[in-house]
Design a protein around this ligand. Sequence first.
Ligand code: IPM
Ligand code: MG
Length: 360
Amino acid sequence: MHPILILPGDGIGPEVTREARRVLETVAGAAGIPLGFEESEIGGASIDKHGTPLSDEALEKARRSRAVLLGAVGGPKWDAMPVDTRPERGLLRIRKELGLFANLRPAHVFPALASASTLRPEVVEGIDLLVVRELTGGIYFGEPRGQAIVDGRREARNTMVYDEVEIARIARVAFESARRRRREVTHVHKANVLEVSQLWMQVVEEVAKDFPDVELHHQLVDSMAMLLLREPAAYDVIVTGNLFGDILSDEAAMITGSLGMLPSASLGEGGVGLYEPVHGSAPDIAGEDKANPLAAILSAAMLLEHSLDAPEAAATIRTAVEQVLGDGHRTADLVAADSGETAIGCREMGDRVLEKIGAA
Ligand code: IPM
Ligand code: MG
């Protein structure tokens, strides 16, 4: 039996992971993959219950599991807290402690949703890219960090630091992913200003020598932000550091139509993988059955593929999602303004997906 830990977290996290779990249980059951589920807290829910955004017990459960399915963290209730105790810290800690340095964020357009994008359909058509974001280093974790009073003024600092080992291993993940796709890697950097980016350039070039069959390009991060709006379909794999990857993956997600559609996988050298929607906790609609569970459901598909070696089961989920969208079902975030479409709720969207899988 494969132990799966669910960390619903905050806001819409519990609603969307509930649907993802139902789908995962059903598909795994049909494929004869035995799963055992446990739940624990992370983020604000954990602060409220245990006084910390990630308890040692929750972390221990995560270490003992095969994979973790996470919802989202954060909300206005905890917004005034200092950064080192906030809900987000739970997420950063679990990524770091499990050594999940490789964050895979695929962005692809479901044909039925091309009109939901804020970009013109002909620009959006064919988008199929993968952001490979370094997740356990860079400015998110660099020391020194913090606030101080210097010469009577408040001052704050963070440090962007990467060593060559950290860069080489994420570059390898990017090149290996590209081999299973269109064999193109775009390294995103700010080497005209940052020494850190100059090191990335050198190391990525070195790793590229082992992948002569993969084409490598370098792109400045500000241009990349622009090019993703101009011709997003031109990109295959984008590899970059933690901060640039955070920003560009939201952009990539949004141009496909909705942040509510994008799944992610965080992988490392250890055995545990962590799967979570790219979207946040959306506290404004939490508990109202309005959230889009598809990013969480598609994260469950990534879990089947990467942690349980079950690509067919993953494909079953993806096909079901495509069919449900093709039938015109939309949660509120996907309803185009003035389209006259009506939205269905989070639970009903889960039901629709299960129906297509043949389970409802
Ligand atoms: C993400 C989120 C997190 C990040 C936050 C919640 C800490 O934005 O997963 O992209 O910045 O990594
Ligand atoms: Mg983000």
